[in-house]
Design a protein around this ligand. Structure first.
Ligand code: MN
Length: 735
């Protein structure tokens, strides 16, 4: 906003701005007499030098703006760093100054605050629906490491709103809307009632001038008409309280236009139906006296049932505390009364800023107290009925569990922390996720596993026809992305299985001399139904996955064409084979549940090794080590390869044969077996023999041991290799 307000004119601060600066110093001294004005002077000179000659749209020197912002902060009794930040908040945005320059001249606290305010200014809040506005607000808070950044930003916005009249209608409306949707709610959440009220009324004035004029007019009239009445009430309350020994200050107040407007909308009533435009506020010294005052009031006037609210016992989420009651006053007029302590009053008006300003000294102390304050909010939230917005928002700060990023068009996408561009892509649209081939973050290409940061602008690069990669599953964080990726991979594998199944059936039919063309479609449907499948396609898929053989299918669908089932030759006894059922539990096949799996005998893969599956005909899926020569020699159809993995939680062990070549010396065997027992390895068999093919001083030890995985095997082998006299340790795979 300020960036485009600038034009160039004569240099140097004029007398008016110089006087405004002196007034600022006076305000700082009044609010915080002990504060050092040196850094503030320095920041002023710096800002004056760089903003020199710049003008606001109103024609005033630009410097008026940072001065006014600093002044608002001084009146909030904010610390020196905040005042310096107020003076410098636009230098990075609007002049040649960099954050590094600010750091050099003003230190890291001021530099990081100025940087924070600058970043917030760069966010382009597109006119947003409610859901988006909520995300913006969350993001704004999430991006802020230091609450002072938000407070300075609110002061900045407050001054811009006060001087909004100078802008053209379109910009006025946009800024007013943004103020109402984003900044006023943030002020509210931070408990800054005064700032919130002013922001709302200013925004309301520009967004709905007619309604605003109507309501303001009515309020003014009522005030004029009721001035005497109000004053009489005030005095009565004051003297009643005095008589009861409750020290108190009593203020008459008029409701704000925007809050009246909201009441009209919420209760669907017209302006003349609002009775309590006027109200009293009692400020006393202790909680006890708050309740005392309430008693005095109720003794004097009849309370309206259902209108007594105890926000002292149950504070609002933003820490607001007060007693509220409405009574029927003299002449039957309804009347709202708020009762609170000085401390509660300060917090209601200033919110988080009230907590800020009484802290002096070291930064660590301030941060601790701020965090304590936020934590308290979070704790309260857990007791609240509406586990709302505000707390979860501030929680972002304390427990960073979400990250907020933008589309190039400025839409906010909220994701879990450590989300990747792929998560982002799927959050935008399934199609964007599916065809995602790369990503740019803040205009730079990043890897797809990049960890997104708050405020990142993410541009997803897509390519029609591209499909998700299985690797993505290892880094995506959202379940949406996970499910969509899995879905596509499953669909692809099923498609492949259908194809394989169809070919398998055709080949088998040729081999057996069955004319597939003569088998009716409804015959295949019937067979499918026999297997509990609803479609012929499912039958093909099952064939492809190796759940049953093509021969069986042919026999069932055309029994007259195939005479009898050939004799099944049982597999030879295999000492390393575990039962198929066990292998089903230790290996998962991508995209398929419920399929027979067995580890190939040729390479006997163990957990932790890279493996690949091969769809056999009728025997399920054979799992080989990726380094198995059978796989490598392309003995198999590459089409029938299928992705498999070790099941994550499988705890089975695998028998492995190991041959150890050693020197032939006494004691060595004992050393080997003690390693096996150290590693708690179960030994199935162990045999030592002299290697007859070698010279007489060498020996061989052959053993079959149970290992959990590749890692354990490697550990075992390297421990054996370290024994002096061991020449080599070899794993025997081809049994
Ligand atoms: Mn500004």
């Amino acid at each position: 906003m300020p960036g485009s307000e600038l034009t160039l004119a004569s240099p140097g601060p004029d007398a008016a701005t110089a006087a405004a600066f002196e007034a600022l110093l006076a305000a700082v001294t009044e609010a915080r007499p002990k504060d050092d004005l040196g850094p503030i002077r320095k920041a002023w000179e710096f800002a004056a030098q760089y903003h020199s000659g710049q003008l606001r749209v109103s024609g005033e020197p630009y410097l008026i703006h940072p001065l006014a912002v600093a002044r608002i902060l001084a009146e909030m009794k904010m610390d020196v760093v905040s005042i310096e930040t107020g003076l410098l908040h636009d230098v990075v945005e609007d002049t040649s100054v960099t954050v590094a320059d600010v750091l050099k001249h003003f230190g890291d606290e001021v530099a990081s605050c100025v940087d924070g305010v600058t970043k917030l200014s760069k966010i382009n809040f597109f006119s947003a629906e409610d859901r988006q506005a909520e995300s913006y607000r969350k993001m704004l808070l999430a991006m802020t490491k230091d609450v002072r950044v938000i407070i300075v930003k609110l002061a900045d916005r407050l001054h811009n709103m006060r001087t909004l009249g100078c802008l053209n209608e379109e910009r006025r409306e946009r800024i007013a809307k943004e103020t109402l949707e984003i900044y006023a709610p943030i002020a509210h959440r931070l408990g800054m009632g005064k700032v919130r009220g002013e922001l709302e009324d200013l925004a309301f004035q520009y967004l709905d001038p007619d309604a605003w004029a109507d309501i303001s007019h009515t309020i003014d009239n009522q005030r004029a008409a009721n001035e005497e009445y109000l004053e009489r009430m005030r005095r009565t309350v004051e003297s009643e309280l005095r008589r009861e020994g409750v020290p108190a200050r009593v203020e008459a107040r008029v409701k704000r236009a925007y809050s009246v407007y909201q009441k009209l909308k919420k209760q669907k009533i017209s302006l003349d139906q609002v009775y309590d435009l006027m109200a009293l506020r009692i400020i006393t010294d202790s909680v006890k006296n708050c309740y005392g005052a309430l008693g005095v009031i109720h003794n004097e006037w009849r309370p309206i049932p259902g209108r007594i609210k105890d926000f002292i016992a149950i504070p609002r989420p933003n820490l607001y505390q007060s007693l509220h009651t409405s009574v029927v006053g003299p002449e039957g007029k309804h009347f709202e009364i708020q009762i609170r302590t000085e401390e509660m009053h300060r917090i209601a008006e200033e919110g988080i800023a009230a907590h800020w300003k009484y802290k002096e000294g070291r930064r660590g102390v301030q941060d601790d107290q701020r965090v304590a304050w936020l934590r308290q909010l979070v704790e309260w939230q857990q007791e609240m009925r509406d586990p709302g917005e505000f707390m979860s928002t501030l929680k972002v700060d304390l427990y960073p569990e979400e990250v907020y990023c933008f589309t190039p068009k400025g839409r906010v996408i909220a994701l879990p922390a450590q989300a990747s561009p792929v998560d982002f892509a799927y959050a935008v649209h399934t199609q964007v996720g599916t065809t995602c081939v790369g990503a740019k973050v803040n205009s730079r290409i990043v890897p797809l596993r990049y960890e997104l940061q708050n405020g990142d602008v993410v541009d997803i690069l897509t390519q029609t026809g591209h499909e998700p990669s299985k690797d993505w599953l290892s880094f995506v964080k959202t379940s949406r992305a996970k499910n969509k990726i899995k879905h596509i991979i499953n669909a692809n594998e099923r498609e492949r299985a259908i194809e394989i199944g169809q070919k398998y059936l055709e080949k088998e039919a040729r081999r057996l001399g069955v004319q597939l063309a003569r088998i009716q479609k409804n015959d295949l449907e019937r067979v499918a139904a026999e297997y509990g499948l609803s479609k012929v396609e499912d039958l093909y898929a099952s064939l492809g996955y190796g759940k049953f053989s093509a021969r069986q299918v042919l026999q069932k669908s055309a029994p007259e064409q195939i005479a009898e089932e050939p004799v099944v030759v049982p597999a030879p006894y295999d000492p390393t084979a575990v039962s198929r059922k066990d292998d089903d539990a230790v290996i998962t096949v991508h995209g398929v549940d419920d399929v027979m799996v067995y580890r190939a005998k040729c390479c006997n893969p163990i957990k932790g090794e890279a493996i690949v599956g091969y769809v056999t005909r009728g025997k399920g899926i054979a799992v080989h080590s990726k380094t198995c020569s059978n796989v490598q020699n392309l003995m198999y159809d590459s089409e029938r390869k299928i992705e498999v993995d070790w099941a994550r939680h499988a705890s089975d062990s695998f028998p492995v044969r190991i041959v150890v070549h050693t020197d032939d010396r006494p004691g060595l065997l004992h050393q080997l077996t003690s390693i096996l027992s150290d590693e708690k390895t179960n030994v199935r068999s162990l045999e030592a023999k002299t290697d007859i093919s070698q010279t007489s001083d060498s020996a061989l030890v052959e053993m079959t041991v149970d290992v959990r995985d590749k890692k354990q095997l490697e550990k075992l082998c390297s421990a054996m290799r370290r024994i002096s006299g061991v020449r080599d340790v070899e794993r025997i795979v081809n049994l």
